[in-house]
Design a protein around this ligand. Sequence first.
Ligand code: GTP
Length: 622
Amino acid sequence: MLELFTIFTRGGVVLWCFQNSSQILRDSVNALIMGVILQERSVNSFDHQNLTMQYKLDNEFDLIFVVAYQKILQLSYIDKFLNDIHLEFRDKYKNELLNKSIFHTFNFSNNYTSILQTAEQWAKKQAKIPKQMKTFEESNKSKKTVSSMIERKGEDKTINSKPQKKKGVNFAEVPKEDILSVKDTKANGLIDENILAENRLKFAQKFSKKKEPKKSPKAEKEKEKAGKKPRVWDLGGSTKDLQTLERTVDKPEDMKSHFTPETEIVGQMKGTIKDLEVESSSEEEEEELEDVTHPKKTEKSKGGMFSLFKSLVGAKNLKAEDMKSVLDKMKDHLIAKNVAADIALKLCDSVASKLEGKVLGTFESVAGLVKTTLTESLVQILSPKRRIDILRDCIEASRQGRPYVMVFCGVNGVGKSTNLAKICFWLIENNMSVLIAACDTFRAGAVEQLRTHTKHLNALHPPERHGGRQMVQLYEKGYGKDAAGIAMEAIKFAKNNKLDVCLIDTAGRMQDNEPLMRALSKLIKVNEPDLVLFVGEALVGNEAVDQLVKFNQALADYSASSNPHQIDGMVLTKFDTIDDKVGAAISMTYITGQPIVFVGTGQTYTDLKALNAKAVVHSLMK
Ligand SMILES: Nc1nc2c(ncn2[C@@H]2O[C@H](COP(=O)(O)OP(=O)(O)OP(=O)(O)O)[C@@H](O)[C@H]2O)c(=O)[nH]1
């Protein structure tokens, strides 16, 4: 039993709709558009509230077909139903909808009912057929990817299962403004038939102006037929080991490299953080441009991933099999650039579904189109869906008489403390007073490392430069104490002393260490920070996905809250060490839907940048 079936355009104009109940479904469809379709995520289904939704794109006519049904139902015929109704509607669309004279009498209800019944009967028959053994290619083993290796409690390790389904995990929250949504619903959530008729007319007019009627796929068919391993903490992280921790000395190697006593860096970080610069040779860009505009000229001379696109001879309608070899090559290229294998696969699937059915005029446009589509998808993934303006938010928090609180978390040795200190430098350069809370109460030397940073930051920005205000203070209670409690006291201290920002450093922890993940979840739950930043190395490939999925999952599972505070953004560190292997940026943003807020590009206080999506994508596509 379907709750909703609707056909709408990419512009959000509803052309046809069937709704089974008076439940307001607009929000769910909009969530699908914002969380999946606009994000270009290739997922088989999407859950929102009590509904599961599946969709199909028609790239030729820019249509989207959406089905929604109760989450508890297991409907095996939805894929078939969507395929059949898509073909049927296209035929109708071509033969009837473009003909304005009979436009208003258009009736798709009978087709809908009959296709649905056929699909339901088909599913019943299928259920009676004994299950056949899977071939190796169909099995999960052949597709062993990161997601298949991630073990989650109480969940089968299935590929292409619904990865974002578990309790409270909300990977991609996107604000509603500035995003297209399905319009034209009445206050009660139902679609107004008159508006639908108008929509169809407008759409048909637009289409009849723009495009020649295309052959339907049915007719066509008839016609032709390494990353660095995180530091292992010897003591394993159990509280039993606290007594034996060495708690005194600074880490001399860190100290040497971190401090730049030269005061010439003062003033360099005023204002918003500068964008990351990724070298881009203009020669190369010109060559690329040449390639798209005059492909024949450069065809022989240029190799690389995109040379393969030229083997695609310009078919009229691009089909999945035409693109397979190209997409395989593209996937390997992305993996070689450190994009997690699972994500690379999903990206390629998304490109394929975006291009399937597109009508291509010439051989030349294939190369350009595939490259442009992938580039657009990557830029889209990396572009922040939500603006995090820390300086503005700090001022707002000050106005409310409280400090702006940021928590830094991540696995061991990724650069949490170092990048916290860089962010602190940036904040004091912008006249914010900062309290650093030393909540890494496990690692020997962690508190001393922060103490030394505090000393040096104060030396760079002494109170005399700031009207007698001490710009950085350290809140520390030594080792072995409860980190959540220290963070709470620190926030209180910052509030009482009218400090602008409180930066909470936490102990590095492996994503599988349950007691430490519980402790982090508690710290975040009881202190309600403004921003939870996950610090991750740019060196990691597949591991990035595992870390982020498990951190987010743990924050949801252990918080005992129906609306747990999860990761708000990422700090991508050691970007200076990866050459052009920039794929971790893609994996991290894809998996969380959250932005990379800072990029660490070295070991000095000024080595902090903002992510430049275009530059990263350029580097990725080289
Ligand atoms: N090249 C480079 N090195 C960095 C960067 N950020 C941090 N590091 C180095 O990475 C090492 C680890 O940094 P820490 O700040 O101690 O890492 P951490 O995550 O706080 O470590 P734990 O507390 O043990 O989990 C140090 O040697 C830093 O200098 C960066 O952006 N680039």
